[in-house]
Design a protein around this ligand. Structure first.
Ligand SMILES: *[C@@H]1O[C@H](CO)[C@@H](O)[C@H](O)[C@H]1NC(C)=O
Ligand SMILES: *[C@@H]1O[C@H](CO)[C@@H](O)[C@H](O)[C@H]1NC(C)=O
Ligand SMILES: *[C@@H]1O[C@H](CO)[C@@H](O)[C@H](O)[C@H]1NC(C)=O
Length: 314
């Protein structure tokens, strides 16, 4: 290769390296420093608040149950669920996702009452979807209200960090006023109750679920890139689990509320001002995040919902 060609190749390589780095769109985003809602409540360890859901031998408890590893391999996924049903609350976990090739792997952190209300259940979902490119875990949210599974209220986002490298906080605020999804205390989606279809909102008691499962069929464009078990086991780590709210006692048909992680109070801990409404800073932070990282919203998908739900303002 001649000198000129070599120089030309070098210049071309530099240009393409530059365009790669400018097109890796996650750079240069500094998340706003918003109120740390996750600092308000104590963590709940496994024995205090949770029980096994499935895949027992694939659930590893460490540090007195304050640190949980969930494994998916060829034989099974795994999951745990709250011991109680909550009727409103603040729910959080610091999660670290499996590293390496993770296409088809789904790590879910969600509220549901499908067991108690099989025909008209509610659900508030965070699903982290593994992808062919390990840096592109997709953060998906959904809300189902009173059995409204025919209406997808799905929104998908990219993240500003690689979620396989460190623990990050994923939280849900759910109360009478709204449902809010947060990542590292930055609100990224808010559904104001009363604005949604037929003024209904998720309002029946729900349990909190943490699971890892094979989403090959569902999460990868109809099975295009299924889970490749050559890269198993897939391990998701959970810590700093928080559940603060009011628990529903199905026997007594009444609720009692937690205070600092204990069931003690008659006051709903997520009714206060900081939970009833987003602050202006939080709203600005949310709008900035959504402009930059939202890749799908049901409100912009008339093919899927022929009649857009009323909360989708033009
Ligand atoms: C371990 O957790 C239990 C509650 O599940 C708690 O009572 C105990 O004090 C904890 N032990 C330590 C060493 O933190
Ligand atoms: C929820 O669904 C049930 C059963 O389908 C129905 O009876 C009830 O009125 C619904 N509630 C709301 C608030 O829409
Ligand atoms: C739990 O997962 C972490 C990765 O987040 C790993 O470093 C650790 O070895 C795992 N521990 C057990 C007991 O599986």
């Amino acid at each position: 290769m001649g000198f000129l060609q070599e120089k030309f190749l070098l210049a071309w390589l530099m240009i393409s390296a530059m365009s790669v780095s400018t097109s890796s769109r996650n750079d240069h985003y500094t998340p706003p420093d918003l109120k740390h809602l996750t600092d308000l409540f104590p963590p709940v360890n496994f024995d205090q608040g949770f029980k096994e859901l499935y895949g027992g031998s694939h659930i590893k408890l460490m540090e007195n149950g304050s640190f949980v590893n969930l494994t998916l391999d060829k034989s099974s996924g795994s999951g745990f669920v709250s011991q109680n049903y909550y009727n409103y609350g603040f729910f959080n976990a610091a999660i670290k996702l499996p590293s390496g090739y993770s296409s088809g792997v789904v790590v879910a952190f969600y509220l549901s009452n499908a067991e108690m209300f099989p025909h008209n259940h509610d659900e508030i979902d965070i699903e982290l979807l593994g992808h062919e490119n390990k840096k592109e875990w997709i953060f998906q949210t959904n809300i189902y209200i009173n059995g409204s599974t025919h209406i997808g209220r799905e929104e998908k986002f990219r993240l500003w960090f690689d979620p396989t490298q460190q623990f990050h906080q994923y939280s849900i605020i759910w109360n009478n006023h709204h449902t809010v999804f947060l990542v590292d205390n930055v609100p990224i989606r808010e559904a104001i109750h009363g604005e949604s279809i037929s003024s209904s909102s998720p309002s029946k008691p729900m349990s909190l679920y943490c699971t890892i499962w094979d989403g090959s069929e569902w999460a990868t464009n109809g099975g295009k890139n299924p889970v490749n078990y050559k890269y198993a086991p897939f391990v998701a780590s959970f810590r700093e689990m928080q559940m603060e709210g009011c628990m529903w006692d199905n026997v007594k048909q009444g609720s009692f509320c937690t205070k600092n992680g204990q069931g003690l109070s008659s006051l709903d801990p997520v009714e206060g001002e900081e939970f009833a409404k987003l602050s202006q800073e939080q709203r600005i932070g949310m709008d900035g995040f959504r402009k930059r990282f939202m890749i799908y919203s049901y409100c912009k998908d008339p093919r899927r919902n022929k009649i857009l739900p009323p909360e989708c303002k033009p």
